[in-house]
Design a protein around this ligand. Structure first.
Ligand code: GLV
Length: 310
């Protein structure tokens, strides 16, 4: 039987499915598998089931001479050196589609949390500082009639657009590749005209620090930035500057430049919502992601084409 290294216990259904097709070497410890142990245990693996926190680089691939497939349990694959994998004939797969709705739901959740001050209100109540209903107390803003600028024309961006339309928002797009069309603006046009800017691009060399000081300065002073994509798409130091200088109205983040570290200055702003990378974190979606990764492994190990190669 082929051997599959699994860096974290998966839900039962995919785990059982994998167990029928391969011998599983499971890391069942707390937290991430230590790097040295990963490099050693991948040595006789035919397949690797990896997570966003697993760095799959040339060093790891060189430690894994039998490896045929890396199945990442994520839609993003910036943790994997694709060139190093393809030059060694290793197939890389990700988990698109199955998490689109969960991430889009979460994005709308962050927008509402920020714009309607839900987390801020929760902090106030818990601190015992609520003195009662008042006509002008903790006012947020309506979403209806506001413009949502979606950066990225992929599946998640479109799913966010669908939901935002139901809230009465006007939606415009900018594509990271600079494509234009009737509802697709340049990034600068989008930044200058949107009330909410939401990022839905993969992390790649051309999207690293896509949103920096120059871009933040172009936003309306009342506009808010939402990031559920990857932390390094936003220059966090520039974001702190924009918040300190009141150049933007707030931010809601699910991802950070150096997870799980969060730039300390961000903690001090009431108009910032901070989530711990939960975009796809539902029971149903994480199960579907793990199952898709497992089915990719089984396909490649049995000589078939992967279901969702990157
Ligand atoms: C999670 O962050 C993913 O890319 O699926």
């Amino acid at each position: 039987m082929p051997r599959v290294l699994v860096v974290k216990r998966l839900p039962r259904v995919p785990m059982d499915r994998l167990g029928e097709a391969a011998e599983i070497d499971l890391y069942d410890g707390d937290g991430d598998m230590p790097r040295a142990e990963l490099l050693e245990r991948v040595g006789d693996a035919d397949a690797l089931v990896s997570l966003v926190t697993t760095r799959v680089d040339a060093e790891l691939l060189d430690s894994a001479p039998r490896l045929k497939v890396v199945a990442n349990v994520a839609v993003g694959y910036d943790n994997i050196d694709l060139e190093a994998a393809s030059s060694r004939g290793v197939v890389v797969t990700n988990t698109p589609d199955v998490l689109t709705n969960a991430v889009a739901d979460f994005t709308l959740g962050l927008i509402l949390t920020l714009v309607r001050r839900i987390a801020e209100g929760d902090r106030l109540v818990r601190a015992g500082r609520w003195t009662g209903w008042a006509l002008d107390f903790m006012l947020g803003h309506d979403l209806r009639g506001k413009r949502l600028g979606i950066v990225g024309r992929g599946r998640i961006g479109h799913a966010v657009a669908e939901r935002a339309a139901a809230f009465g928002m006007e939606v415009v797009f900018a594509s990271a590749r600079g494509r234009q069309g009737p509802d697709t603006l340049t990034l600068d046009q989008l930044l200058a005209s949107s009330d909410v800017v939401s990022l839905h691009v993969p992390l790649a060399p051309e999207t690293r620090h896509l949103i920096g000081q120059r871009e933040l300065a172009r936003m309306k002073r009342t506009a808010v930035l939402v990031n559920t994509s990857r932390g390094p798409v936003v220059d966090e130091a520039a974001l702190v500057w924009a918040l300190e200088e009141h150049r933007i109205g707030g931010a809601a983040l699910d991802v950070y430049e150096r997870e799980p570290e969060v730039t300390a200055a961000l903690l001090g702003f009431e108009n910032v919502v901070l989530a711990p990378h939960l975009g796809s974190a539902t029971v149903e979606t994480r199960t579907a992601m793990a199952d898709l990764a497992v089915r990719n492994v089984i396909a490649v190990l049995s000589g078939a084409a992967p279901l969702t190669p990157v």
